[in-house]
Design a protein around this ligand. Sequence first.
Ligand code: PGA
Length: 250
Amino acid sequence: MRKKFIAGNWKMNKTSEDAKKYLEDFNIYVKDINDVDIVLCGPFTALCRMRKEIGQNIKIGAQNMYFEDKGAYTGEISPIMIKEFCDYVIIGHSERRTYFAEDNATINKKIKKALEHGLKVIFCLGEKLEQREKKQTKQVVETQLREGLADVTPEQVKNIVIAYEPVWAIGTGQTATPQQAEEIHAYLRELIGVIYSVNVAEEIRIIYGGSVKPNNAREIISMPNIDGALPGGASLDPESFSGIIKASLQ
Ligand code: PGA
């Protein structure tokens, strides 16, 4: 049985003071939950405060990183810096791909660098609306998966959680149906079996993201190949984020 995995992505929201207030409530809402891996991914400037305030059953994630250890890269953040506060880092989010021109090769460099430093990776991929309409979804996610995981060993891939996030469902209120999501999750798991092994495919967690809310989380997460969720908007409020976590327990 794969343990459920729910990660909240705050994106570019919340100061460190906001994070403190959030955690005062959130820690209480989820304090007895140990059967789900809970991760909160805050902005870089809140990570230090989050580390101090967060409950022991919650892990912290960053939302991005650069693929070098240190040096003259003004404005960038290295995996070594993230490691001070976080266990996880999100890599390949569609907003990074779209607004910051990250391609599969860049994402692959970031994934390998994060793993080299012992960070766990939430690796996001997913098709755009026009690609779905042209029936290219499987082809697109296969390329993203293969190129993103190039040279990642079977040992390392165990430290990756894959997040399937159809771009047309992110922040739009339009979720994929549980069946649409399940079809792609099953396909991704099959590919992991081909690239690595059936055992790795059985163990790896594949979570869904795109307008997940407390009222639709249950039916999505109960699909056989969907191991959790990556909510954005619904993670900004501690009550609604904890509602999604509780829905995954049922
Ligand atoms: P959303 O974002 O839940 O607001 O659609 C999901 C994500 O981008 O990870």
